[in-house]
Design a protein around this ligand. Structure first.
Ligand code: NDP
Length: 282
């Protein structure tokens, strides 16, 4: 068997037509959607992600700005910048690019963002709304995963889903969103016993571990949909958490790295920004 590739790059590109139209609809109502990214220091990976986000905005006609604070910025100054963006009615989305330099309190910074502008969906209010299944802004990566699965016509209702990784930005929200889609979800982590026995039961297997080629073919149920969230650099090459070649021979569907979940994450950020702008304009 050779798995069908879930091409996130292609899907994200297709979605841009509707997103660009939404930008024009908002502009017709006198609203120019705007995203502001706040970054501090010179993390090279962050710089690449920020550039990708700015380019996506540009393609759609979303205004974007990056506030690049020095590595030594104080917590007080960071919070002052966030307060300014919260108060600015022309700004619809605020994104704090993580990680922040170590001396800064990341949680306090995320908590300071107005939840209505929290387009990453990391604020406690939005995390709580996800937990309760209520309206709110959903984190981009899990949202992209669900969108990718649905676009391929993969049945979620009643499916057995296993998520490896329990971070607040990927694993936990992915488990909650799949639960909301009526999957039966098992959330695994570094203390999980008999991981392979669990993953082999998964109709949908999400790997968000951060370890290159962690998921091997023997961990995958034949025909399963395997979603590789990992971004790992090995010998200058980006690889995922899944042993792509071997797992493709067993799985029914698989996301490539790069070109799978990554572009969908950016695409969902655009959706969240447009939704925030639309809500602000009502
Ligand atoms: P974290 O490091 O925050 O979380 C990793 C998780 O993996 C933890 O919950 C950890 O368990 C678990 N884990 C580690 N080792 C094992 C093991 N041996 N068995 C089972 N579970 C294990 O990572 P993130 O969630 O932030 O990111 C995961 C990956 O996804 C990274 O490669 C990151 O770069 C990538 N990423 C990609 C995005 C995209 O858009 N494509 C977006 C965000 C992240 P424990 O909690 O017990 O320590």
């Amino acid at each position: 068997m050779s798995a069908i590739i879930l091409n996130g790059k292609e899907l994200a590109a297709q979605m841009e037509t509707a997103q660009a139209q939404r930008v024009r609809d908002l502009q017709a109502r006198g609203v120019s959607p705007k995203l502001v990214v706040v970054m501090a220091g010179d993390n090279p990976a962050s710089a690449i992600y920020v550039r990708n986000k700015a380019r996506a905005c540009e393609r759609l006609g979303i205004l974007s700005d990056t506030i690049h604070l020095p590595q030594t910025v104080s917590q007080q100054e960071l919070l002052r910048v966030i307060d300014g963006l919260n108060a600015d009615p022309t700004v619809h989305g605020i994104l704090i690019q993580l990680p922040l330099p170590e001396h800064l309190d990341e949680d306090a910074a995320l908590l300071r963002v107005n939840p209505a502008k929290d387009v990453d969906g990391f604020h406690l209010y939005n995390a709580g709304s996800l937990l309760r299944g209520e309206d709110g802004i959903r984190p981009c990566t899990p949202q992209g995963i669900v969108r990718l699965l649905k676009s391929a016509g993969i049945a979620l209702d009643g499916a057995r889903a296993v998520v490896i990784g329990r971070s607040n930005i990927v694993g936990k929200p992915a488990a909650l969103m799949l639960t909301q889609e009526n999957c039966t979800v098992t959330l695994c982590h570094s203390h999980t016993r008999d991981l392979t026995q669990i993953t082999r039961q998964a109709d949908i297997l999400v790997a968000a571990v951060g370890k290159p080629r962690f998921v091997t073919a023997d961990m995958v149920k034949p025909g399963a949909a395997v979603i590789d969230v990992g971004i790992n650099r090995v010998d200058g090459k980006v690889v995922g958490d899944v042993d792509f070649d071997a797992v493709s021979a067993v799985a029914g569907f698989i996301t490539p790295v790069p070109g799978g979940v990554g572009p969908m994450t950016v695409s969902m950020l655009m959706e969240n920004t447009l939704e925030a702008a639309w809500k602000a304009s009502r």
